[in-house]
Design a protein around this ligand. Structure first.
Ligand code: NDP
Ligand code: X2W
Length: 343
């Protein structure tokens, strides 16, 4: 297969290149940029020099579509939809890492992304690429809206409870922490070393663009749920997301029953590991795993779930490749069987 990566010079794009260079079904990778990169990708990113090579090409819609079997857009929201423009979506396999095609209502997109959308009507051709929870639809789809990193960790964490119908209406609270690579490669005051080192910050409280994305998918499992409370935090580490989720239960439940519920939900899911103890971000660092732990507190009648992923792998490039595998009829784990890096 020949794959094109638009935005190959960014963090998500580079992770796609790293992982795809080890994928057994990929013979050619084409790298595209919208800016002034013209040399071989490895000139700018020598860590890739033994895995791949190839000059960075200017994105050119017709040519770039014709020279690839699949296109990955690792570009910011607003840019993905702009570049896709007039592509014939039904004939082109596309996987978009941005938030442009995840939300089903245009007014919701405009409200949370604070911008208009050049081709919102195309959104209905896209399938939400949460691999474990939307597998059959992804297999049938040509166009995938890859989920955000926080939604991936959060939705995999709460889905078994919602499926079992034991979450009290609107009781979900999500307290999530991310490494700085989640903000992309462009340096700014927020991401600079002095502001991040020895520092922990909550941000976009009540305003984060992943709130409607999480609520939208929760609504497809349990339509009685209208909203969640979600607060993201920046942690001084490079990769990783840890999402701690609280939900009030509709009944008393033992931890054994909870564990069984999670095991059954993810029985066929290679990348979701239901754990006996509390996971940490280094348990999944550099891998496509999502590790989950759930426990019930009789005193408060609440369930606490801890979910960890690597934001650049299961939260972005890894899940995008998992979705490519599903689209191609391959097992989920093809080319993605990495042991996490520890310590
Ligand atoms: N980082 C993460 O953990 C996650 C990221 N995502 C999403 O994946 C996409 C890529 O993110 P990420 O790789 O982190 O971002 P980066 O900022 O690191 O890279 C984005 C790339 O897009 C290209 N680009 C084209 N137009 C623009 C523009 N106007 N402004 C900035 N970059 C532009 C750039 O390449 P060039 O200049 O060569 O064209 C750049 O290298 C985003 O939509 C992001 O929201 C999703 C989940 C997790
Ligand atoms: C740490 C950090 O800044 N993270 C990003 C989310 C990255 C991601 O998943 O992006 P999209 O859903 O926008 O594609 C943020 O909070 O906006």
């Amino acid at each position: 297969m020949k794959v094109g990566i638009i935005g190959a010079t960014g963090y998500g794009g580079l992770e796609l290149v790293r992982l795809l260079s080890m994928h057994p079904e990929i013979s050619v990778m084409n790298f595209y940029s919208t800016s002034d990169y013209t040399e071989d990708l490895t000139t700018y990113y020598p860590h890739l020099s033994t895995s791949t090579s190839g000059a960075i090409k200017k994105w050119n819609k017709n040519k770039s579509v014709s020279e690839n079997d699949i296109l990955f857009f690792a570009t910011p929201h607003g840019v993905s939809s702009e570049l896709m423009g007039e592509i014939d979506f039904s004939k082109t396999k596309l996987i978009d890492l941005s938030g442009d095609f995840r939300l089903k209502k245009e007014e919701t997109y405009q409200k949370w992304y604070k911008q208009s959308h050049p081709c919102f009507s195309k959104t209905n051709q896209f399938t939400y690429g949460l691999s474990e929870l939307n597998r059959e639809a992804i297999k049938q789809s040509n166009n995938i809206a890859n989920p955000g990193c926080y939604p991936t960790a959060t939705l995999l964490g709460v889905a078994p409870l919602l499926k079992a119908g034991i979450v009290q209406k609107n009781s979900i609270i999500v307290d999530a922490k991310s490494g700085i690579s989640g903000a992309g490669k462009t340096a700014n005051q927020t991401t600079q070393f002095m502001n991040r080192n020895e520092n922990l910050t909550a941000y976009k409280i009540t305003e984060h663009q992943h709130i409607p994305e999480i609520e939208q998918f929760i609504g497809t499992i349990d339509s009685s749920q209208d909203f969640i409370t979600f607060t993201p935090h920046l942690v001084p580490m490079t990769r990783g997301i840890l999402s701690t989720i609280y939900a009030t239960s509709t009944r008393e439940i033992s931890n054994e029953e909870l564990k069984e519920m999670y095991n059954q939900s993810y029985d066929d899911s290679y990348f979701v590991r239901v754990r006996d103890g509390v996971p940490c971000t280094k348990d999944v660092y550099g891998s496509n795993f999502c590790d989950l732990y759930a426990t019930y507190d009789k005193r408060t009648n609440r369930i606490t779930i801890v979910s960890v992923i690597d934001n650049l792998v299961k939260g972005a490039a890894g899940q995008a490749i998992q979705n490519m595998n599903l689209m191609l009829g391959l097992p989920d784990e093809t080319g993605l069987q990495f042991t996490p890096i520890f310590p």
